[in-house]
Structures are given as C-alpha cells and as structure tokens.
Design a protein around this ligand. Structure first.
Ligand SMILES: [Zn+2]
Ligand SMILES: [Zn+2]
Length: 145
C-alpha cells in the first residue's frame, strides 16, 4: 500500500480554499450567533447570523426542504424546490397527516442542526450553509413572480 498521491490538507488550507470558491458565502454569513428552535411554540427556527442577518423558517417549510439524499432526489424527480409542499392527495380516504413538527432538534458538530420529525423521518442534517442559502427573508428571497 502506498500513500503516494494523497495529500493531507491542513484545516487552514482547506478553509482558505473554501473561501476562494466564488459561490461561497463569507464565514460570518454562515456562522450563527444565536439559534432559536421554537419547539414549544411549534412555529419554526430562527437564526441570527454573525453578519447581522436574521433568517427564519417555519417547521413545515423545513420539513419540505429536508436536505437528505432521499428527500432531495424525491423533490428533484417531482420538480419541487426546497420548501415546496407535496401536492395534496386527492384520495378522500388518505390519512390525515399531522402538521410537521420536530420531535427532537440537536446540534450536529458545530456546523448543522439535526431534526427528527413527528412523521418518523430523521435523516435531515440542516447545515448552516444550507440554511443560509435558503433564507426566506425578502432580501434573500424576493417574491418577484
Ligand atoms: Zn429527508
Ligand atoms: Zn435573508
């Protein structure tokens, strides 16, 4: 076994390489100052970012924006964007679905929130970068159409 060709990059180098990528948001934009998960109120998640920006999402939106591979592929194949709800079932005998609500929210390392949902789904890891990129505020998400 040879380790030729494998180069170990220092964390500092990696960070610099990341920062050089054109589409990358500045570190302050993807570093939360404060994260509020409104579990008791049942409303959603609010994040104050280090760059002074504030984002909020309701739980239903977050459930429909689950970034796990399954949900991502499922949205892709039905042409939905993150946060877009599934079309309502026309089946009158369809089971009533309780509104999405997390049963557990826990930090994943220093980079993400892991959310377990009341429908049993628990694969979603919502990274700060992802959350900031789907900020729903009027500045980031102008409703032009
Ligand atoms: Zn998912
Ligand atoms: Zn925003």
């Amino acid at each position: 076994m040879s380790h030729e060709g494998i180069r170990f990059v220092s964390a500092e180098e990696a960070a610099r390489a990341e920062a050089n990528q054109p589409d990358r948001l500045p570190t302050d934009a993807v570093t939360p100052n404060k994260v509020r998960v409104k579990l008791t109120e049942g409303t959603g998640v609010e994040i104050d970012w280090r760059d002074g920006h504030r984002s909020s999402w309701d739980f239903r939106w977050l459930r429909d924006a689950c970034p796990c591979a399954n949900c991502y592929n499922e949205r892709g194949s039905s042409g939905r964007v993150p946060g877009e709800p599934k079309p309502k079932s026309q089946d009158p005998f369809a089971q009533y679905q309780a509104p999405p609500r997390p049963t557990e929210v826990s930090p994943v390392g220093k980079y993400a929130l892991g959310i377990k949902w009341n429908d049993g789904h628990n694969a979603g890891i919502y990274s700060w970068t992802y959350l900031r990129s789907v900020c729903q505020c009027p500045l980031c998400h102008p409703t032009s159409s």
